[in-house]
Write a protein that binds this ligand. Structure first.
Ligand code: PMT
Length: 407
């Protein structure tokens, strides 16, 4: 298990319904948001999802038995119940809900439920008639009265062919609701944060463009962490395949010039600007209206004249009044040296550097490892999921912002 103090620790209970097949996706969603997850399966859950799949995505051994001597020796169930910052049960079947509501502790998951003092979230999943049954509704009400947060269920077509309430809400919605609800200190309460994320595309003709491997994940994770810390977040996103975290205003752009326009328009209203986007430094000098034909190109080598794009973060940081400005630097050699120089040259309050020569971090990977450099010092954050990096950076940025007399 991770030892990072800031990662939230989640016990993910999985009971035996068809929606259990989505549990690995939920683990991934929680981990992306920086959580350390230990899956706990009921006996029936193992019929729908394998321990192997869960172990692979959670990077923690799933727990199934109260009487597993080896697992208990490593961490006893009471210790596990204390370890958790939150218990999430998804899917929660009608049977499990009934056992929880009545305090029956006849397996590991129900015992952990009684033994924990952490907040508990359940995502019910069952047939519509079972959900609407008076007994289930009574049990749900009892759990609500006991302080359990009930997420969903969603309306829609069910695995059994019926239609109505009973489907488990999507893993991403569960992860968002849980991470937003648990213990993020509201260090950015009342601030407005503008963030850029993802790559830009610089078109040569209608089908060809210059771009890079940025997935947007680090920027989106930062937007979510800032929102959880109480900020009002605007996210200017290049072309990425990520859905918008709830409660965040998103502006989609394609080219560096579109990104610059979107940022320039919104920067005067922002307290903090974080430039995570991998903005293309150059664009083709000429953009052709029609797809270039091979015959139109010179034989042999084909040369494209490029024009420099304006530096977005530099243009914001160089003009007063301005928000508190944090840039990123993707370096492949001497990362600290180049980043220190970049921070000074672009007049940024702080810069976050990642060594992108390491394929396991940075561009298009789930983890990152960074150093935050500011006028008063440097903070290194070792390799961890981008969600955890984002939470740590939000803490650091909030402290710098406050000590700059801005907060
Ligand atoms: O999106 P992911 O797959 O999660 O990957 C994350 C990341 C590797 C893209 C991210 O962590 C990162 O390093 N972002 C900055 C990438 C980059 O373009 O670095 P740079 O050293 O070229 O630029 C320095 C700074 O100037 C950056 O803040 C950049 O946003 C900004 N810039 C660059 C060029 C330009 N025309 N305008 C800018 O504002």
């Amino acid at each position: 298990m991770q030892t990072d103090n800031h990662a939230s620790r989640i016990l993910l209970g999985i009971s035996g319904g068809i929606a259990a097949y989505k549990a690995p996706l939920l683990v991934r969603n929680l981990r992306t948001r920086g959580a350390d997850v230990v899956p706990v399966l009921t006996q029936n859950a193992s019929r729908f999802v394998t321990e192997t799949a869960l172990q692979a995505v959670a990077d923690n051994r799933p727990r199934t038995e109260l009487w597993d001597a080896e697992a208990e020796a490593a961490m006893g169930h009471i210790e596990l119940a204390r370890w958790a910052d939150a218990v999430v049960i998804a899917p929660a079947t009608a049977n499990l809900i009934a056992r929880l509501a009545n305090g029956i502790a006849d397996d590991l998951l129900t015992t952990l439920y009684l033994a924990t003092t952490a907040p508990v979230f359940i995502a019910p999943a069952m047939n519509v008639k079972m959900w609407e049954h008076a007994a289930t509704q009574r049990n749900i009400q009892r759990l609500r009265d006991d302080g359990v947060t009930v997420l969903g269920p969603a309306h829609g077509e069910q695995a059994c062919g019926e239609f109505g309430p009973g489907r488990m809400i999507e893993p991403q919605e569960i992860a968002e609701a849980v991470t937003a609800a648990i213990g993020t200190p509201r260090v950015l309460d009342g601030t407005r944060v503008l963030i850029t994320a993802g790559p830009t595309r610089e078109f040569l003709d209608p089908v060809r463009f210059i771009s890079n491997r940025s997935s947007g994940r680090q920027g989106f994770a930062l937007a979510e962490a800032a929102r959880n810390a109480g900020a009002e977040v605007t996210l200017v996103a290049g072309p990425v395949h990520l859905s918008t975290p709830t409660g965040i205003e998103r502006i989609d752009v394609v080219s560096a010039r579109e990104m610059k326009d979107a940022v320039t328009e919104r920067a005067p209203d922002a307290d903090i600007f974080v430039s995570v986007a991998a903005v293309a430094d150059y664009r083709p000098h000429t953009v052709h209206d029609q797809k270039l034909k091979k015959s139109q190109q010179q034989s042999g080598d084909f040369r494209v004249a490029l024009k420099e794009n304006e530096d977005i973060v530099g243009s914001i940081a160089g003009v007063e009044p301005r928000p508190f400005v944090v840039g990123f630097a993707a370096e492949t050699e001497n990362p600290l040296e180049y980043a220190r120089e970049k921070r000074r040259r672009k007049c940024m309050d702080a810069i976050v550097v990642n060594d992108v020569s390491d394929a396991a971090i940075g561009f298009d990977s789930s983890d990152n490892a960074v150093t935050l450099i500011h006028a008063g010092g440097e903070v290194g954050l070792p390799k961890m999921p981008k969600g955890a990096i984002a939470r740590r950076l939000v803490d650091e940025i909030a402290t710098l912002y406050a000590s700059a007399g801005r907060g």
